[in-house]
Write a protein that binds this ligand. Sequence first.
Ligand code: F6P
Length: 534
Amino acid sequence: MSFETLAAHWADIQPRRIEDLFEDPKRAGAFSTQAENMLFDWSKTTLDDRAVTLLLDLAQKAGLTDRLEAMFSGEAINETEGRAVLHTALRASTARKIIVEGKDVIPGVQDSLKRMGDFAVRLRKGQVRTPSGGRFTDVVNIGIGGSDLGPAMAVRALSPYHDGPRVHFVSNVDGAHIADTLAGLNPADTLVIVASKTFTTIETMTNAETARKWIAAQVGEAAAGLHFVALSSNEEKTGEWGIARERVFGFEDWVGGRYSMWGPIGLSLMIAIGPDRFGDMLDGARAMDTHFRSAKGRDNMPLMLALVGLWHHQICGYPTRAVLPYDQRLVRLPAYLQQLEMESNGKRVAMDGTPLSVVSGPVVWGEPGTNGQHAFYQLIHQGTEIVPCEFMLAREGHEPELAHQHRLLAANCLAQSQALMVGRSVEVARDLMEKAGLKGDELERQAAHRVFPGNRPSTTLLYNKLTPRMLGQIVALYEHRVFVEGVILGINSFDQWGVELGKVLATALEPVLNGEASPADLDGSTQQLVDYLT
Ligand code: F6P
């Protein structure tokens, strides 16, 4: 089976409308996957049995099962960097043994979790003291990309569970970000977490320097170091930066940046919600790992999420997908998924360096509902491009006293997928216009604007409640989706060479903007921009 066979099948079935597929009374259940208190309904898509069979064969042919076991068992599947890919080890059962370069990594993971837990508990109890003997009331995580998006998304998602110090995030090198964040804080009561796997990322190191000056100005140079913690794999650099060893939480190179919220990079989250709830999140992710490894075919949720994504992007040719959580606390999930999916699968060559024969990952974007409804849903419903929508919704919220609002939220979510599929015919639009008293050409003109073509695909992921455990399940679900898509495309989902060139050029341009170097061989446009700025 191949992409070509799938494309031919798509050409055959394209004229059929999604809603007609529901003539099969079993469609909803048969084109849905349930696991771990979640229901993933993918029945409002154009997929039929043959398409599903072809997609499952494609996954099989790509060697998914072997590749999956290779990842879980610590083989160096990140071939361009020669590394294992073991974010799953960060949440693995203590009974497991995962051997990397002859050594079981699980004891190290457990040690690291314990160190984080001890620190978080002492900080939360006020036992980790400021140099003047006070309590740290605020924690600022300085990091970017994978050292920011995961914990920032999760801290926001789990706000009902916060009972620790306040946690803030600074990522952008734009001084506005750190200035605005620190503006409301007292340096004497603030702990800064410098989160950087490499401890060389220019944005993070620049912001960390700014924070150090801000703290030193109040507490003095000597005491400033006691306000810092580092999360990094680079012990040498954290030492050079003056952070004491016991304040460094390290991790191995087999944890990719965008897959790292389960370990030390999640310290800010652990501080906010406590180690037990952090552990619940790991349990949820582990449950999803177990499900991913054991469930077969249509019963495997990450597999089906991936196959639906491939169907829409690589086969149907829809260029983007929208992630639409009807869950305000998942406001940062689309940004998190942008890194997870686009940094992982936005590649142009296969693992062996040859050009890809199919398009790689789609553009991923989104916003929480219902805000999006009053902004970009116009295009989703009536624009000329089809945007597969991935709706998400909890059965219950955290505010029992506002249950009526949750019902309204849910009604909106379900209504959108219904509207996308069913649409509104020109006949119904004409009828509406007639009832509004219009006639003739004006009726026709106005009716045309009120037609919804419908037949637009969407999926809906329902889950019980956004608890720490459920968040772990959701994030692991998406991680595995990215993995499956990468395996089928034949690419390395775990490197990110595409971010390098811009970094190199920025490093060369900074002295030009400082007036310390003269521009060398700049193209006309960049030269003009430099001239304007200097
Ligand atoms: O530039 C991209 C990237 O390398 C991401 O992959 C990573 O998550 C981010 O930068 C931050 O890297 P670090 O944790 O080393 O500062």
